[in-house]
Design a protein around this ligand. Structure first.
Ligand code: ADP
Ligand code: MG
Length: 594
């Protein structure tokens, strides 16, 4: 008996669906791309249970005829290409004709669609690849696609899904990736009957502001500068952050021919353009759009993959880097020396702490006080500054002979209301007061978590904070952890929260600032690292409550602080890896008088 047979279509489609439709957000992406390909100018997205029970996309695009409405769900059914050559001149988002067949294989769906030229539209209902019903329907122009109970017939897939809040975050980030490419299209996103996002038709910059500038980060787009480069191989357009348009977790987007992409190599080009201008652990925001002949990129990309190969990556790297530099230079945000006299740049030495604004110990006789070198930490400054070269974080032998030298008996001085100076046997020790305090406080905040109940301090006038969508999600996820340390937070609107109590240890610090720091810190360490959340929270609270630089300290306070610092097993780096102490070596000082 022959044993090879063709799989029934429904099985083949289910297998294929596994590739294209991995989770609600990938399903949503396919649907919205179809709406865009159909020329829609208004797209409404409705999800329920993060897309598990309902994913609905309503568009005002060109719609389908009665026959097409049925054909659309066949495998390899597409109106977008008809011959292999078309693949090389592709200008639509979809082309494989796989998405709808795949979705239909793993969900129950209902679609109504109508072309403007038709009297009446069509309704079609499909469940697990089987057409259940098709009939005329008096619907509006355009297409209304309802995907119900995704993966209802694939339990393994269903189990593979993450929590609702994670799946919703995926949906939101997919939504942003698309909305940022089609600013002329009006989008709304509704989740469980709440409007999460409502984006009017606009231009790119306004769209960026509408997405990221809402609420707390108002004025987000003010710190963006325009970039543009038109060449024979590629056109590049977009916005990059000036030196204030940075964040620990920056918004960084590349798009090629209207498609979001990740491109580590081009990312390096952008970062290279910023070289010497960024504070440590700050990253620039960027929104960069490449427009390139379709045959110059590999279009045969997998629908769920975001990496895209370019035929000519090297020259594009150069063009991109130059475009970003030029934009930064034009707006005077980069030290001009970087641009005009490349190759002749004098690297300021002894830039031992990039937070220092007025370097007090200069070894470079060519030091130019007008050079903004606090923004210009040379890449290898640790090596340039040999005496502390062994104090880099990578070096575990990083020790300071504290106790042998009875350092704690020495009289501390405060410098610039920022640093504590302690003479020691090998030289002058400089301690960053804010970081020292943060390290000490970290232990206390961490202990709160271990005790499982922090002391609460009710806030007299509850602070209301407004967040963007993904931050609001994150805060919701963090609620339990925050309660343990003493926060009392109530959600009062879809993106608004009231802070009713804070950990007593926080003192008079602004609760909003504390919470924002926590959100940033958690985002920074990775939202998925749940087990490390309590540490991120402790770091953020410590940074919030620590004495700021600029605060003058009495000798007693300095002594108390350094005693506590040196009582820690780690006193050179903060728990988030920032340097607390550096030493200006005796030899270095002697040399200055040689
Ligand atoms: P592809 O987008 O790769 O062509 P799909 O399976 O996503 O394949 O869609 C199949 C076809 O169904 C499309 O080529 C298009 O003709 C039609 N179609 C899908 N969604 C819409 C929509 N929202 N409006 C109009 N036509 C649509
Ligand atoms: Mg498609």
């Amino acid at each position: 008996m022959d044993i090879i047979h063709l799989l029934p279509d429904s099985v083949a489609n289910q297998i294929a669906a596994g590739e294209v439709i991995q989770r609600p957000s990938s399903c949503l992406k396919e649907l919205v791309e179809n709406s865009l390909d159909a020329g829609a100018t208004k797209i409404q997205i409705i999800v329920q249970d993060a897309g598990r029970t309902l994913l609905q996309v309503i568009d005002n695009g060109k719609g389908m005829s009665e026959t097409d409405a049925r054909m659309a769900f066949e495998r390899h059914a597409t109106s977008k290409i008809s011959k292999a050559d078309d693949l090389f001149s592709l200008h639509t988002m979809g082309f494989r004709g796989e998405a709808l067949a795949s979705i239909a294989a793993v969900a129950q769906l209902e679609m109504t669609t109508k072309r403007a030229e038709d009297e009446i539209g069509t309704l079609i209902e499909i469940s697990g690849s089987q057409v259940v019903r098709q009939e005329p329907d008096s619907c509006q122009n355009g297409t209304n696609m309802k995907i119900k109970n995704l993966f209802f017939n694939v339990p393994a897939r269903r189990r593979f899904l993450k929590t609702n809040s994670t799946e919703l975050r995926n949906i939101i980030s997919e939504y942003y990736r698309i909305a940022l490419v089609y600013p002329q299209v009006q989008f709304t996103l509704v989740s469980d009957d709440e409007i999460l996002s409502d984006l009017p038709a606009s231009n790119i910059k306004q769209r960026i502001e509408n997405i990221f500038g809402r609420q707390l980060k108002k004025g987000f787009s003010q710190h963006l500068v325009e970039i543009e480069a038109n060449t024979s191989i590629v056109n590049i357009y977009g916005f990059v952050g000036n030196t204030e348009g940075t964040a620990k977790q920056a918004q960084q987007y590349f798009f090629v021919n209207g498609r979001f992409m990740k491109h580590p190599y081009f990312h390096k080009a952008v970062m290279t353009a910023y070289q010497g201008m960024l504070m440590p652990d700050q990253n620039p925001h960027y929104f960069i759009y490449f427009d390139i002949a379709p045959d110059a990129i590999d279009i045969n990309i997998h629908p769920t993959k975001t990496e895209i190969k370019f035929a000519d990556e090297q020259p594009i790297w150069q063009i991109l880097q130059a475009a970003v530099r030029e934009a930064l230079g034009k707006f005077n945000v980069a030290p001009s020396i970087d641009f005009n006299r490349e190759g002749e740049i004098e690297i300021p030495q002894l830039n031992y702490n990039t937070n220092i604004q007025q370097p007090s110990f200069k070894t470079n006789t060519n030091y130019n006080p007008f050079e903004q070198h606090k923004k210009n930490p040379p890449k290898d400054w640790q090596q340039l500054y040999t005496p502390t070269a062994n104090l880099t974080q990578e070096n575990n032998e990083d020790t300071i002979p504290l106790f042998e030298n009875n350092l704690t008996d020495k009289k501390p001085y405060q410098y610039a209301n920022k640093y504590i100076i302690l003479p020691c046997s090998t030289g002058l020790m400089i301690i960053n007061q804010h970081r020292a305090h943060a390290a000490v406080l970290y232990d206390r905040f961490l202990a709160l978590n271990e005790q499982k109940q922090g002391t609460k301090q009710q806030v007299l006038f509850p602070e209301i904070i407004d967040l963007d969508i993904s931050q609001a999600q994150l805060l919701t996820d963090l609620t339990a952890e925050l309660q343990i340390v003493g926060f009392e937070i109530a959600q009062i609107g879809k993106q608004s929260f009231s802070v009713d109590a804070v950990p007593a240890e926080l003192g008079n610090e602004n609760p909003t600032r504390a919470l924002m720091n926590i959100l940033h810190e958690v985002e920074q360490t990775g939202k998925s690292a749940h087990s490390a959340w309590h540490k991120s929270i402790a770091i953020a609270l410590a940074n919030t409550a620590a004495i700021s630089s600029g605060k003058s300290l009495t000798e007693e306070e300095m002594k108390d602080l350094t005693d506590k610092l040196f009582a820690r097993s780690e006193y050179i780096f903060t728990p988030d890896g920032k340097r607390i102490i550096t030493i200006i070596d005796n030899k270095e000082i002697d040399n200055k008088f040689a």
